[in-house]
Design a protein around this ligand. Structure first.
Ligand code: HEM
Length: 142
């Protein structure tokens, strides 16, 4: 159906499709579990603090609003710009792919509708690309 994917970007449909806060918490737990075990992701894992408690909380709350749900991240942590918050990191193209691969594995572990899983990974590619670009820009002006 032509409108199938558009439906996910409408109101809080994506937030509902992701299972609301509980579903997104599980997704992010699985994401960081994959990151901990995937050799390709070791470089990006090493960019994170050893204790992932805050990283998990921040990504979970961020994704709630990003998927059209409640603004839990800004309520707790304030405003955020995804490219800017990563600009101190040395993220290269392979790191972006590793991040998206961790997310793909995490999505595969959820009982998501197939169309939603495909929509979600495609949508996440957009900010991931911006993160890589901003880090590349920061390297170029050093
Ligand atoms: C392109 C690949 C990416 C890499 C390698 C990456 C890596 C990281 C790292 C290392 C941190 C922790 C930074 C620190 O503690 O100083 C972080 C934080 C975070 N990332 Fe990413 N990230 C990527 C893409 C994304 C994307 C696409 C999103 C959102 C859709 C995202 C959302 C977040 C959030 C919400 C935080 C917490 C920010 C904060 O400290 O307030 N990241 N990321």
């Amino acid at each position: 159906m032509k409108s199938e994917n558009l439906r996910f970007g409408y109101q809080d449909h994506s937030y509902q499709a992701a299972g609301q806060l509980d579903g997104i918490t599980q997704l992010v737990d699985d994401f960081y579990q994959v990151m901990d075990s995937l050799p390709r992701a070791q470089r990006i894992r090493d960019m994170h603090p050893s204790d992932l408690t805050v990283s998990r909380d921040k990504l979970t709350l961020f994704l709630c609003a990003w998927l059209g749900g409640p603004r839990l991240f800004s309520d707790k942590y304030g405003a955020i710009s995804i490219p800017q918050i990563h600009s101190h990191l040395d993220v290269v193209e392979d790191d972006k792919h590793a991040w998206l691969e961790c997310m793909q594995h995490a999505i595969d572990r959820q009982a998501y509708n197939v169309d939603f899983g495909e929509y979600l990974i495609a949508q996440l590619g957009v900010p991931a690309e911006r993160v890589e670009q901003v880090c590349q820009h920061m390297r170029s002006i050093k």
